[in-house]
Design a protein around this ligand. Structure first.
Ligand code: FAD
Length: 472
């Protein structure tokens, strides 16, 4: 009997425990992906993530063909399709790697149950996290609430396992037979933009898939790892790894990244250790976000701290639009939002500043920002995005205190002091000297075509603090 590998957020061959186990079974294999927009509670992908998924699936199929098999793509409810396919081909086992969102877990449990009823085994693995969130608890058995305590506990659990190599050859199972559900062509999923093709900036910045991920990792380790701790906060320096979309779709595993960074580290060198520690702790924040999602399934919808339910958020579609299109009049905010629109990615420091601006300066509900990021980020991730927005808003676990309100002008002057980042995304400011870039309203030469500030910083800061204080 053959086996099925059900691919989901793990679109790679290396260090893919489900695929490795299937290959080791010595049986014929069929690799399946289900594009499921029908199961209850699964959040539809945003436009930029769909674009990425298209490229990642295309590359996975190519890579599988080189090993002797291929990817069959279906559209519909996974809880119907997977058991049906497994029954039709009389599969012995279906393999997959775990997911951590509640709706995803519900689908997976339903599939597992139906397979069991048909006496088909389901073997599941942890392929996308360093540590299983269900296994990490405080001494009293409760989930951790702060990152530092969580990360200390995780560290004590020891280094994550070494990554596994890709299977050398996979023996294809052949056709499913006449009664099988119809596999679709990738193009039928319509994941790429139709009508206006807005994806030029994405295409020129990214190479979705496993090969792209490995190139990105090597590029980062060779050129930027050595200055990571020192330079990671400066948006014009390209010093962070840019691995987030690859991690989101599982084009690379966190274990691969963890161990590649370890091997780059020179043990006797304190500076090198600092880079390693800082970089690994960022991977740790990703783990913590998934941990929060696992223990708080409504992370993207509800404040973790319920007192924020009383926050008097403003409905202000005009300001929201100005924020989305990068026309707030604050250069760091506008540069970030235009970088996001063009490339599907934004630097972490700038994400914090633009998010703070929306939530605190404009007093707009963080969920509206989360939704915009969800649609426009190539790395839009249900754990990282929601946890980070709640962190910035102050409503999350271990969040930034609400009263710490970024001043976007000072943030710009501190982290983009030459104005290179702002100028790269705001051609209107190209003629300004460095000292005026983050204060275009002070430029003696004037600035044509750049908006005036949509809100005054001091006024907005006071308004946000008053609103917060009223929560008690
Ligand atoms: P690096 O600095 O190279 O870090 C390596 C990896 O660690 C990243 O790829 C990412 O997986 C993880 N990581 C780094 N910083 C964080 C962080 N603060 N929280 C969680 N994980 C982190 N990240 C996403 O992957 N998807 C999102 O949808 C997302 N939305 C965000 C929304 C807001 C408002 C904010 C403030 C942050 C958000 N982040 C999100 C976190 C962070 O900004 C990105 O992970 C990071 O900028 C990706 O760039 P990089 O791969 O070069 O990071």
């Amino acid at each position: 009997a053959p086996v099925i590998v059900w691919f989901r957020d793990d679109l790679r061959l290396c260090d893919n425990p489900a695929l490795t186990a299937a290959a080791q079974s010595g049986r014929k294999i069929r690799c399946v992906f289900v594009y499921d927009e029908e199961s209850d509670g699964l959040r539809p992908l945003g436009a930029a993530a769909k674009w990425w998924l298209h490229g990642a699936l295309e590359n996975l199929d190519k890579d599988l063909r080189q090993r002797g098999t291929r990817l069959s793509i279906y559209r519909g409810r996974a809880s119907e399709l997977i058991p049906r396919l497994a029954t039709l081909c009389r599969a012995a086992i279906v393999y997959w790697n775990d997911r951590y969102g509640e709706a995803e877990r519900r689908v997976d449990s339903a599939v597992q149950l139906l397979l069991e009823q048909r006496r088909i085994d389901a073997l599941t693995f942890n392929g996308s996290l360093l540590y299983d969130p269900a296994a990490i608890k405080t001494k009293s058995g409760e989930p951790f609430r702060t990152f530092s305590a969580f990360w200390r506990a995780v560290y004590q659990a020891g280094d994550p396992a070494q990554p596994q190599a890709a299977p050398v050859a996979l023996q294809d199972f052949g056709d499913w037979g006449d009664n099988s559900p119809r596999a679709v062509e990738l193009s039928e999923l319509c994941l790429e933009p139709r009508g206006p093709d807005w994806s030029g900036g994405l295409r020129s910045n990214w190479k979705p898939g496993e090969t792209g991920a490995q190139m990105q990792l090597k590029q980062f380790l060779d050129n930027h790892f050595d200055t990571y701790a020192e330079c990671r906060d400066f948006p014009d320096r390209q010093t962070t790894s840019h691995l987030s979309p690859y991690l989101r779709f599982g084009n690379i595993s966190p274990r691969q990244i963890w161990h590649a960074a370890e091997s780059k580290n020179s043990e006797s060198d304190v500076k090198s250790y600092r880079n390693l520690e800082k970089f690994q702790s960022e991977l740790g924040w990703r783990e913590f976000s998934y941990y929060l999602l696992y223990h708080n399934p409504t992370l993207a919808a509800r404040n973790l701290q319920s007192k924020f339910d009383r926050m008097p958020w403003r409905e202000d579609p005009i300001s929201l639009r100005a924020w989305q299109i990068g026309k707030t009049g604050y250069p760091l905010v506008d540069a970030g939002m235009r970088q996001l629109w063009t490339t599907g990615w934004m630097h972490n420091r700038v994400r914090m500043v633009v998010a703070s601006f929306l939530v605190k300066h404009l007093l707009i509900d963080w969920r509206q920002g989360e939704a915009w990021f969800w649609d426009t980020l190539v790395d839009a991730d249900q754990a990282n995005n929601a946890a980070s927005w709640q962190w910035v808003a102050g409503s999350g676990a271990d969040a930034a205190p609400y009263f710490r309100i970024f001043n976007p002008t000072l943030q710009g002057e501190k982290f983009d002091c030459g104005g290179h980042y702002a100028k790269a995304w705001l051609p209107e400011l190209s003629g300004l000297p460095p000292q005026d870039v983050h204060r275009p309203w002070q430029a003696s030469s004037g600035v044509e075509g750049y908006p005036t500030r949509i809100v005054d910083h001091d006024f907005a800061r006071r308004r946000a603090l008053d609103a917060f204080e009223a929560l008690g």
